[in-house]
Design a protein around this ligand. Structure first.
Ligand code: WTA
Length: 696
């Protein structure tokens, strides 16, 4: 069914672009699945009568959304959220692409996620069942979570944080991560969560870009059976020379930064250095905090968070989201796509809060909807490979939202592992982050979902804020491998290079043709880059950076990125960022990075490196040592997720006459495919030289 070699001759976005675009070959999806084979996938799964009988979303939702889309969202917002001052306007698109939604309304995001459920009599409902990696656990009812967030909000205020101030959060998956985010939101400040796997350098760049005043971290968190330290990385980050030239002080003196305090949660009990001028223990501060805090309303367009994501340049983009529109679509999608029945469901998204999925589908969507959820601190295989299934059995999880990479890993380990647990509580499964190949889809449904659960394959991005393309369970007949249909209220199209919608049975570029409530409001500190990245390709329409194909029914199949962004285990990485990390190593002269198909992780980072002539030394013997060293170098500089699977030391890189690296050819090599058309190379022999050095 799957094949690594593409022999297709059909037109895809990659075919129609020149080498100066150097887009990925979209014949093969990142997981190495041939798209033309995929489109012959004929298995169909209609919703069962039983599921349909209680389904939250019905056909009627599409009808209601089919007229005036902004009005539809206004209706949803009023139903799903509590507005302190109701809005009278829905969408303001008078200054595209800078959208405003519901902008004369006021609300408090944290109040919507907490206090109002308590007021409605649901204070005793469990909001959070937290499971630590070593097996400890904690639960919070909505009343308890509200009480914690109120205290944390008062701590933030006492530390001088107010509306609009930025707070960096660098925490493991512990309840304090959610409490911190909600406390920041409650006082109208802006959080910037930095994934705990990112390095001190990456953390510092994000602190500087947003001029963060406060960092909330932990001594360490449990990962892979041991404590992974975090506070030492914060110390190291703050001791580095500054990186800020755009929005901050511009001061690059080592140790000079915008941070006035570091609030430290005790989790790992690992030893940490203490700077009494900056550092405060979370537990001390919360113990002394005033438990009363009344949530104040803020304008709908008040910034809620910045989340950095990789783009096509070396510098991550600070994606900015605001309050009212974001929370509307977060709540709407969480309720309708996951068929949430908050009184009875137990929902679990396995995402870390360091990623957008953790923001929208661990924090804001589920809590706005009053859901009961599970969060887990650690890795899926600790202390045993059945850990996820054990957690599902323990908490009777009914809705599971996970990434295809994880599913493919479990598939490889074999069904005997999940079969040993009672998974009958599951009634809906979700997938996110990358295309899910039909074999993994069917395995997920059969083995994890007992052959009965619907699967929602949800396409969206950090920038879109919430799910955009997905089946609606109870309505849509499911097609394994396809994300299928735009959600009600959205205008999503597949266009050719000229900007015309492609007919059924053909491919092109994915765009969102009209503004939507949870869309990014910009890139922090860089409005020009926002316009240039997303709105210059097709003016007025949002360019997602993904290739897509419509099948003969008009259903959408995602084909992966068409830019220099890779998707490794559902995480976005920039080729340029890894290349610039490699060339910062003293022995590297030039580097080219590609995302090569990988059976488990979707794509894997493969680097081709030219070593500096003066330092070549006895390269043949040293090659293995050097490539291992370069892999570690990237992991230290960016984070372990960016560590290349392979680093090849080569004598040349394939370049066009204008000097642009032809990554397409390197991808052919990395994927073990026959090398494609080399006629536009400045030196057509170069691929032989490179193949020779790799074989060596
Ligand atoms: C990819 C993650 C296929 C896509 C929520 C997108 C997907 C990028 C899917 C965004 C899916 C996400 N099928 N591809 N269901 N979901 N992607 O910002 O390439 O981390 O552009 O957001 O992931 O990644 P991000």
């Amino acid at each position: 069914m799957t094949s690594k070699t593409s022999t297709s001759t059909s037109t895809t976005p990659a075919d129609t672009q020149t080498d100066t675009h150097d887009t990925r070959d979209t014949h093969t999806t990142p997981a190495g699945t041939n798209i033309d084979n995929l489109l012959h996938e004929t298995r169909r799964f209609a919703p069962s009568d039983e599921f349909r009988a209680t389904a939250v979303a019905t056909e009627e939702l599409y009808e209601r959304a089919s007229g005036d889309r902004p009005a539809f969202w206004g209706e949803q917002s009023k139903t799903l959220l509590h507005w302190h001052t109701p809005f009278t306007r829905t969408l303001d698109w008078s200054n595209p692409p800078f959208a405003k939604w519901f902008d004369d309304g006021t609300l408090n995001v944290a109040y919507n996620c907490l206090d109002r459920h308590v007021k409605a009599g649901n204070g005793d409902r469990i909001a959070l069942n937290w499971e630590g990696e070593p097996g400890d656990s904690r639960s919070f009812t909505y009343s308890e979570l509200t009480a914690e967030v109120k205290k944390a909000a008062n701590v933030l205020i006492s530390l001088g944080i107010g509306q609009g101030d930025r707070v960096a959060i660098y925490l493991p998956m512990i309840p304090e991560a959610l409490i911190s985010m909600l406390a920041v939101a409650r006082i109208g400040a802006v959080h910037s969560v930095v994934f705990g796997g990112f390095s001190a350098e990456s953390l510092r760049a994000r602190i500087d870009d947003a001029s963060a005043k406060l960092v909330i971290t932990a001594d360490g968190g449990w990962r892979k059976g041991k404590v992974s330290p975090l506070k030492p990385a914060v110390d190291a980050a703050l001791a580095l020379p500054g990186t800020n030239t755009a929005t901050g002080t511009g001061d690059t003196t080592p140790g000079t930064h915008t941070v006035t305090n570091v609030l430290v949660v005790k989790r790992g009990n690992n030893p940490v250095d203490w700077n009494p001028d900056l550092d405060l223990w979370w537990h001390d501060e919360l113990a002394n905090a005033n438990p009363e805090h009344e949530a104040q309303p803020f304008p709908a367009e008040n910034p809620l968070f910045i989340l950095y994501t990789s783009g096509t340049t070396g510098k991550p983009k600070g994606i900015l989201h605001t309050s009212g529109g974001y929370l509307t679509q977060a709540a709407f999608t969480h309720k309708n796509v996951f068929d949430l029945h908050p009184e009875t469901d137990v929902y679990w998204s396995t995402a870390d809060v360091g990623w957008i999925t953790g923001h929208t589908y661990v924090v804001y969507g589920p809590l706005a909807n009053g859901a009961t959820q599970v969060i887990y601190e650690g890795t899926p295989d600790v202390p045993h490979p059945g850990r996820w299934w054990e957690i599902i059995e323990k908490y009777k999880v009914s809705i599971l939202y996970a990434a295809p990479t994880a599913i493919r890993t479990f598939m490889k380990l074999g069904r005997q592992i999940p079969d040993a647990f009672d998974l009958t509580s599951l009634r809906l499964l979700g997938s996110v982050g990358e295309p899910i190949n039909p074999e993994a889809w069917v395995w997920y449904r059969d083995v994890i979902g007992g052959g009965t659960t619907p699967i929602v394959d949800t396409w969206w991005q950090t920038e879109t804020g919430a799910i955009m393309i997905s089946a609606l369970p109870g309505v849509t007949t499911l097609k394994p491998g396809s994300a299928q249909v735009p959600l009600p209220g959205l205008d999503i199209q597949v266009l050719d290079d000229q900007g015309n919608p492609v007919p059924k049975n053909s491919g092109g570029l994915l765009v969102v043709a009209e503004p939507w409530p949870s869309m990014l409001r910009g890139i922090w500190g860089d409005p020009d880059r926002f316009v240039e990245t997303y709105y210059s390709q097709f003016p007025g329409r949002y360019f997602a950076g993904d290739g897509a194909r419509l099948d003969r029914d008009g259903d959408i199949w995602l084909l992966g990125r068409v830019d220099d962004v890779m998707n490794v285990s559902g995480h976005r990485l920039s080729t340029a960022e890894i290349e610039s990390s490699l060339v910062s190593h003293p022995r590297v002269a030039e580097a080219a990075v590609v995302g090569a198909s990988d059976e488990t992780t979707g794509q894997a980072v493969v680097a081709f490196v030219i070593v500096r002539a003066s330092q070549e030394g006895d390269l043949v013997q040293e090659i293995d040592v050097l490539s291992a060293e370069l892999r570690v170098h990237v992991a230290t500089q960016i984070g372990a997720i960016a560590r290349p699977r392979q680093v090849f030391i080569v004598a040349e890189l394939p370049k066009t006459r204008s000097g642009k690296i032809m990554r397409r050819l390197l991808r052919d090599l990395a994927e073990g495919r026959e090398i494609g058309d080399t006629t536009t190379l400045a030196d057509t022999q170069v691929m032989n030289i490179i193949s020779g050095s790799i074989a060596r």
